[in-house]
Ligand binder design. Structure first.
Ligand SMILES: [Zn+2]
Length: 115
C-alpha cells in the first residue's frame, strides 16, 4: 500500500470519528431529555397515585368494609407481589427494573399498603 493511500484512509477515519463523536453528543442530549421526562412522569404518576388513594379512602369510609378496594383488586395485588418476588421493582420510583437481590423499602411499603 502506498503512503498516499494510507494517509487518505487515516483522513477518512478521522472524519468518520468526528461524525460519530457528533452523533454521540446528539444521542447524549436526547438521552438526557428522556431521563428528565421520565423523572417528571414518575413524579406525576406518584402524585396521581397519592391523589387516587386519597379519593379511594374517602369513598371507602362511606361504603361497607367487606368490599375489596376498587382500584386494587386481589388479582392485581398477587401479580405485583409475584413480580416483586421475581426480583423486580414495583414501586413508583423504579417500576419494572431489576432489584439485584436487595429488598426495596419503597416496594415493601407499597405492598403493605395494598394488602
Ligand atoms: Zn422498589
Amino acid at each position: 500500500m502506498k503512503k498516499r493511500e494510507i494517509f487518505d484512509q487515516v483522513s477518512d477515519m478521522e472524519q468518520q470519528i468526528g461524525e460519530l463523536y457528533e452523533q454521540l453528543g446528539d444521542l447524549k442530549g436526547r438521552l438526557r431529555d428522556l431521563l428528565e421526562e421520565n423523572h417528571r412522569l414518575a413524579a406525576e404518576n406518584h402524585n396521581l397515585r397519592n391523589h387516587l388513594e386519597q379519593t379511594d379512602k374517602q369513598n371507602n369510609t362511606e361504603s361497607s368494609e367487606d368490599k375489596p378496594p376498587k382500584s386494587f383488586p386481589g388479582e392485581g395485588y398477587d401479580n405485583l407481589a409475584r413480580l416483586y418476588e421475581e426480583g423486580f421493582h414495583i414501586c413508583n420510583l423504579e417500576f419494572g427494573s431489576p432489584r439485584q437481590n436487595e429488598d426495596c423499602i419503597f416496594c415493601l411499603d407499597f405492598l403493605n399498603k395494598k394488602k
